[in-house]
Design a protein around this ligand. Sequence first.
Ligand SMILES: Cc1cc2nc3c(=O)[nH]c(=O)nc-3n(C[C@H](O)[C@H](O)[C@H](O)COP(=O)(O)O)c2cc1C
Length: 373
Amino acid sequence: MSSALFSPINLGGVEFANRIVVSPMCQYSAVDGCATDWHISHLGMLSASGAGLVVVEATHVERYGRITHGCMGIYSDECEAALKRVVDFCRRVGTAKLGIQLAHAGRKASSQRPWQGGGPLKPDEDPWPTIGPTALPFGPGWHVPRAMTADDMALVRGDFITAAQRAVRIGFDAIELHLAHGYLAHSFMSAISNTRTDEYGGSADNCMRFPREIAVAVRKVVPQGIALGARITGSDWIEGALAPADAVFCAKTLKAAGLDYADVSSGGISPEARNPNTPGYNVPIAEQVRSTGIATRTVGLIMTAKHAEAIVAEGKADMVAMARAILDDPHWGWHAARALGADVKRPNQYLRSGPALWPGAAAPAEAAPRVNR
Ligand SMILES: Cc1cc2nc3c(=O)[nH]c(=O)nc-3n(C[C@H](O)[C@H](O)[C@H](O)COP(=O)(O)O)c2cc1C
């Protein structure tokens, strides 16, 4: 049986062994933006999950662009060296290609870690000033961001360029821009958070201007041989705000800017927005985005091998990402391969745990005499 999920895909000159992606997941465990031993353990584990690509969590292009005090950054030489240590480690122990998500949290910055409440930092918690397209807070009680000037935008564009250059130096296989989940770039795109009357607000084209400028600037410093993509918003899940047609427009814009793929996620622009809780809730939007001709990934309650296989086999997306299911089962890719009768690369040290071990499989040629070693 041949599996669509386990077929290779080439993006921007990079060959990924299969279509399974570990979605970026904040760990809130960095120190002044620098990766720690937690990241060695977490990303080392996931790089041996069977996924073709592991994307490192939202990694912020400036210190004030972090969501929390524990968020990862790529704004200093120390951050770069700490990330390189993790990437080098993952290359030694894992099988996946490695990507990084570059982000700026905008008006959702200066927050508590989820397990500390997840709200805005209180005055005695060392909060910092935030920025956004308009001086509108994320929700009641949240920090009021300063409306960005042209100079602020130039600085942030520059931060994205420098961050991408650092990511290239570190040796990532893929770089993706975080244009979703209510963070800075998304907050420019949505009417919920952008009420500007200049060329950065109003029409869909104007609202896309700042994210497009970032994409164009980053494209110039990311060479062929590293896949460049973006996570985009499929829907704000709020009446009158961003909808699938806007995601299609966004994808067309990014394709024209030379990006290699779009990853369709959704939600996060306001505390009132509620994502659906049905399996694969972003898949129908991804299918529309894919019709633009850009390679498309999607995410959101994709839990089983059968579902992931169907999404790719039926041409609804080119890749699927998972977050919570793969934290729960860090060998998700191995188990999916077994379920689908496909091959997946395992580290040599774990080869004997392969499909031949399981009931119904032909006995492994060398299993019996060597099993006690
Ligand atoms: C612990 C955790 C941290 C997350 N951090 C990020 C992040 O850094 N960047 C991002 O784009 N999405 C982040 N997300 C969202 C996931 O990448 C994913 O889009 C979402 O959880 C839906 O996928 P799932 O149903 O497979 O969990 C995070 C999710 C979780 C559970």
